[in-house]
Design a protein around this ligand. Structure first.
Ligand code: IMP
Ligand code: MG
Length: 173
């Protein structure tokens, strides 16, 4: 597998879109002290950039989820939510790198819903609706993309490429 020669989404386009999403979240969550719950590891840069682009103060928390091996969803989702504080009564925004089949998001929603948050929304950098098997739609989406396997800006292929500043597609050699 190798990286596409040009980014699918440039770092400039990401920055512009993150700023737009931040303005939307500022408006929608004014007066609520929202909790951004970033999903590690893929959403690490997105969560950080979003929090810094938002004008309102947000609490930042993380949980971790893993389902992919190589370029295929393994079908089972492993969650680690130790360290997550009590989210009851809070305005929670789950910050995801990408929504693909929707299985990870479904598990995350279930886990956070068990806390009894006041509101629970999903904000995803990327939405890949082509393979969605579950009736889950993000509330906030950075970019909707075709069914490519993508890496960079937090997204990995077997733990590689997360540090790239832009999003690239991964292509067969
Ligand atoms: P889902 O459970 O099928 O929706 O997959 C969601 C998770 O799989 C994401 O949080 C990513 O970690 C991973 N994933 C899905 N598609 C891609 C991709 O194109 N590149 C890298 N990781 C992906
Ligand atoms: Mg991943």
């Amino acid at each position: 597998m190798r990286l596409s020669e040009h980014p699918l989404i440039t770092r400039e386009a990401i920055a512009v879109r993150v700023a737009e999403l931040a303005r939307q979240l500022d408006a929608d969550f004014a007066g609520t002290e929202p909790v951004l719950v970033g999903v590690l590891k893929g959403a690490l840069h997105f969560t950080s950039d979003l929090a810094r682009a938002m004008q309102i103060d947000s609490q930042i928390e993380f949980l971790s989820a893993q389902s992919y091996v190589d370029t295929e969803s393994s079908g089972s989702v492993t969650l680690r939510e130790d360290g997550l504080p009590d989210l009851s009564g809070r305005a929670v925004i789950l910050v995801e790198d990408i929504l693909d089949t929707g299985r990870t998001a479904a598990r995350l929603l279930e886990a956070v819903q068990a806390h009894g948050p006041a509101t629970l929304r999903i904000c995803t950098l990327l939405d890949k609706p082509a393979r969605r098997g579950l009736p889950i739609e993000p509330d906030y989406t950075g970019f909707t993309i075709d069914d490519h396997f993508v890496v960079g800006y937090g997204l990995d292929y077997n733990q590689r490429y997360r540090g790239l500043p832009a999003v690239y597609t991964l292509e067969a050699d």
